[in-house]
Design a protein around this ligand. Structure first.
Ligand SMILES: Nc1ncnc2c1ncn2[C@@H]1O[C@H](COP(=O)(O)OP(=O)(O)O)[C@@H](O)[C@H]1O
Ligand SMILES: [Mg+2]
Length: 384
């Protein structure tokens, strides 16, 4: 008996199918480390929950660390705001630095704390730079100075700031970040720093609501996995434990997972259990996958029920109407027709459902469920 090598709900150890993202990142990283240049655009990998954003961001972090870069990780949305969060992490990460480098960072941290802590100073600060941009947030210069000191490092080759769940960041924090990067772009091209972020599909709305110039942000949708990547995600961890997946077992598992990384881990885990947590030399068969799928469906149903309980009556009506049309992208006007209301009156439930991660906008006026299997669950509820 061997424990499952799959990681449902945890950071993936390897991320097959994400070669493009990693190649893009490596190129930016080389620019930062080898040329000691600023990466001028803030990258945003976005997708619904369970698509592998956090796992991807952790891989970026590992690669940056391997190249001697100081990495700062924050999950946005905690109280206090994005900039204080980043500052606190920088403070923690640099506390063991040698004299000069630590002093440089800590004096910048102090003046940033003054800016954040004493809003009265904002007025004076703004007058100082009306010449360039009166609307820049009061703390953006202090934050920029901190970024410069941290990027100079203590024998490091630069600074990479990683922000997960960026759609939850406070608007002021997003503004400060965007202004800082805009300013560095103009005057700090030689500062070896980068910002990599991940967020839900509505992230561009959150950014646009906070910042007027969003061309500083490079949005990249993180797509579902191709079947070949799903097969690798299933077969390789097993192989490392001496266990083979049979061909048709892999094919069935891919049908279950439908490109959704979380589901890949769930079906892998469930098939592994169904095969009796195999010893080396044992194979995983299509029969194991089918038993695993049935077991997994009970878990999924619990998950779906919990999410459904989290929706209001109006939001449920919206989703029931959508699900009645089918599993694929649905036009908002069709939902309105089924509910017998105007399309405009659906703006609020639509926005809420996107914020809560149930739905994503998938094209001009169309919407999709984010989790495979959820529309079927909703249809089944209607029959109870
Ligand atoms: N490339 C990948 N291949 C297979 N499984 C993955 C991959 N990326 C992530 N996962 C798995 O998918 C699930 C969701 O990953 P996570 O990084 O938490 O996604 P998100 O942050 O988008 O919600 C986890 O169980 C993780 O182990
Ligand atoms: Mg995540």
């Amino acid at each position: 008996m061997q424990p499952s090598p799959y990681t449902p709900g945890e950071i993936a150890r390897t991320i097959p199918g994400r070669l493009q993202q990693l190649a893009d990142f490596d190129e930016r990283l080389s620019y930062l480390v080898d040329l000691q240049r600023l990466v001028g655009r803030i990258r945003v990998d976005h997708a619904p929950r369970g698509f592998g954003k956090t796992s991807l961001l952790r891989q970026y972090q590992r690669r940056a660390q391997e190249r001697g870069v100081l990495t700062i990780w924050v999950t946005a949305g905690e109280s206090g705001g994005l900039i204080p969060q980043v500052a606190a992490e920088i403070s923690r990460a640099t506390s063991g630095w040698r004299d000069e480098a630590r002093k440089a960072v800590h004096s910048r941290l102090e003046s940033l704390t003054v800016r954040i802590g004493l809003p009265g100073i904002a007025g004076a600060d703004a007058t100082l730079r009306t010449a360039e941009d009166a609307s820049a947030p009061a703390d953006s210069r202090a934050f920029e100075a901190l970024v410069r000191a941290a990027a100079a490092g203590d024998g490091h080759s630069g600074l990479v700031i990683l922000i997960d769940e960026i759609q939850s960041a406070d608007p002021e924090g997003l503004r400060t970040l965007a202004y800082t990067w805009q300013h560095l772009q103009a005057e700090g091209a030689d500062v070896p720093a980068a910002v990599l972020t991940a967020g839900l599909p509505n992230v561009s709305d959150a950014v646009a609501a906070a910042v007027t110039f969003s061309e500083r942000f490079a949005y990249r949708p993180l797509p579902p996995l191709e079947p070949a990547a799903e097969e690798l995600a299933l077969a390789v961890p097993a192989q490392e434990l001496g266990v083979q997946w049979e061909r048709d077992a892999l094919e069935e598992a891919v049908v279950v997972a439908r490109g959704y990384p979380y589901m890949v881990q769930l079906i892998g885990d469930a098939a592994w259990a169904a095969a009796g947590r195999p010893d080396p030399g044992v194979a995983i068969t299509a029969a194991h996958v089918r038993i695993g799928r049935d077991a997994m469906e009970a878990d999924l149903e619990a998950l779906f029920r919990a999410r459904w309980a989290n929706a209001s009556a109006g939001e449920r009506d919206f989703m029931a109407a959508m699900a009645s049309i089918g599993d694929d992208a649905v036009r908002r006007t069709d939902v309105a027709r089924i509910l017998g209301v105007s399309s405009e009156s659906l703006s609020v439930p639509r926005a809420r459902l996107i914020d809560k991660g149930f739905l994503q906008a998938s094209g001009r006026g169309t919407l999709e469920f984010t989790i495979p299997g959820f529309p079927q669950f909703v249809r089944d509820l209607g029959q109870d």
